[in-house]
Design a protein around this ligand. Structure first.
Ligand code: ZN
Ligand code: MN
Length: 490
């Protein structure tokens, strides 16, 4: 039993779950946040480093304009107010992967505040989560505790890579909602739409820390929360939060106080365990970064960036539902990425395509299955349109079309008609040929014909199938039915 609507029963008390998420998203820049080193993922350790990102004395940071641009786009995509003036701050702490002894981040004057992200909760329906802030910062290096026996190895390639940190209000009410929020966040910011990041949890370009507390259902208080870390996949987030919620419900049921703690999730066992609480009392001694002036963005530049945003999935869904008469669930399928949505619209707009619903059926059931990544459809719209027209004209059955499509995708220079002919899939509606198959079928199945004539009407389906088989799928099923009906008439 996992997440339930508003909460869960522990003894008599129904509990409500309260979750807020802090998400770090790596911006898709060529170079790092404050130096010219490559930000590429997966290069040999410590090959993309310089005095700035190694924190050598005297090195000075210079902001990456492209990182600022992508952060601003992310903020607008999340409906935030972007501030014309924000301030970089030093966040001081000691850790081996932090060469300067501080991280350049933003604190009391962040880049953006006050956004929102809407998604559909399986439990509550449409939900809007408030976004408290979005700020720019640099990444730390990466520690490896398993490379050198008894020692920790550090790779500084990641040190100084640009991130945005996106902090939500505690508006999520279950582990499943946390996962749904992240899925939509990735859809909006990732390669499908705004393209500011790969949003790949496995590669660490999207990282999640979650805060979770429970409270009696109906209450609005915020109780002591714990922070859950070490979340490496969307399903891991849901599993970890489920484990932590159950732990808190059980502890509260035993009369224990929930203490503030950082919980680590173990994906192998599915359990959470507390880290040493000493790590809790962090005092980062934030202060403005003296090596960087405030980040000042002109209104005009901000307006240009805001206008450059693509239509976002929620707006697209709403428009598609109206313009093409689709249900909510249908519009979700064809707006998975902007490329798929554009494809759908182009196909609806092509000559002789049919209704929005008909085209939806082709995209959802036939064309999307050609896609290896689920992000684009690897067949020119013009060719797909030819297939739809052949089907509408009764020259290609749905099954035959399904066999034509992959061939066509592999050789888009060929016309759909030529491919269908070459594969011998064009439907035969020629009366002579069909009558011949009908005659052969009736001779071969005399017993079924006799039963049909004695009143077993349902055998018609069997006989149609036998004629189709004789035609190797090429006969037009409507013409076959008509020819059979004629031949069987008493
Ligand atoms: Zn560098
Ligand atoms: Mn951060």
């Amino acid at each position: 039993m996992t997440a339930s609507a508003g909460g869960e029963r522990a003894g008599a008390a129904p509990w409500e779950t309260v979750v807020g998420l802090e998400v770090h998203v790596q911006l898709l820049t060529r170079t790092k946040m404050f130096c010219g080193c490559s930000a590429k993922y997966g290069d040999p350790p410590n090959t993309n480093v310089c005095p700035v990102c190694l924190g050598l004395p005297g090195a000075l940071p210079a902001p990456n304009e492209e990182a600022v641009r992508l952060a601003v786009r992310a903020a607008y995509a999340l409906g935030c107010t972007v501030h014309g003036r924000s301030v970089f701050a030093r966040k001081n702490y000691f850790y081996p992967d932090l060469p300067k002894g501080y991280q350049i981040s933003q604190f009391d004057e962040p880049l953006a505040t006050g956004g929102a992200l809407a998604f559909v909760s399986v439990e509550r329906g449409p939900v809007t989560v408030r976004i408290k802030r979005l700020h720019l910062e640099e990444d730390a290096g990466k520690s490896f505790h398993d490379r050198v026996p008894g020692k920790t190895a550090v790779d500084f390639n990641r040190s100084g890579v640009p991130l945005v940190e996106i902090v939500s209000e505690p508006d999520l009410r279950s582990p499943a909602e946390a996962r749904a929020y992240l899925t939509v966040l990735k859809q909006v910011l990732g390669p499908g739409y705004v393209k500011v990041s790969n949003c790949n949890m496995e590669e660490g370009s999207l990282r999640v820390d979650a805060n979770l507390s429970i409270r009696p259902a109906g209450s609005t208080e915020l109780r002591t929360r714990t922070e859950v870390k070490n979340l490496n996949s969307f399903s891991g987030v849901e599993r970890a939060l489920t484990a932590e919620r159950e732990r808190q419900v059980a502890a509260t049921g035993r009369g224990e106080e929930i203490v503030q703690a950082t919980m680590l999730f173990d994906a192998a066992t599915g359990a959470v365990r507390a880290t040493r609480s000493k790590e809790e009392a962090q005092d980062y001694r934030y202060f403005p970064e003296p090596d960087l002036p405030p980040l000042v963005l002109t209104e005009r530049w901000l307006a240009t960036e805001k206008q450059a945003l693509p239509e976002l999935p929620a707006a697209k869904r709403e428009r598609f539902e109206k313009a093409y008469v689709l249900s909510g669930a249908e519009s979700v399928v064809v707006t998975a990425t902007a490329a798929i949505a554009d494809y759908f619209e182009a196909l609806v707009g092509a000559p002789g395509a049919g209704s929005g619903k008909e085209v939806w059926n082709w995209v959802a059931n036939d064309l999307l299955s050609l896609s290896a990544d689920g992000e684009t459809i690897p067949l020119p719209v013009a060719r797909a349109s030819e297939v739809l027209q052949l089907a509408r004209a009764g020259k290609l059955s749905r099954q035959a079309a399904r066999r034509v499509l992959p061939d066509l995708a592999a050789r888009p220079a060929d016309a759909a008609l030529a491919v269908a002919e070459r594969l011998g899939l064009l439907q035969v509606s020629d009366g002579g040929a069909i009558d011949g198959w009908v005659r052969e079928t009736l001779e071969a199945h005399a017993a079924e014909v006799a039963r049909y004539r004695a009143g077993e009407a349902k055998l018609m389906g069997f006989l149609v199938g036998q004629v189709m088989k004789r035609s190797a799928g090429k006969a037009d099923p409507k013409a076959v039915s008509a020819a059979l009906a004629r031949a069987l008439k008493p």
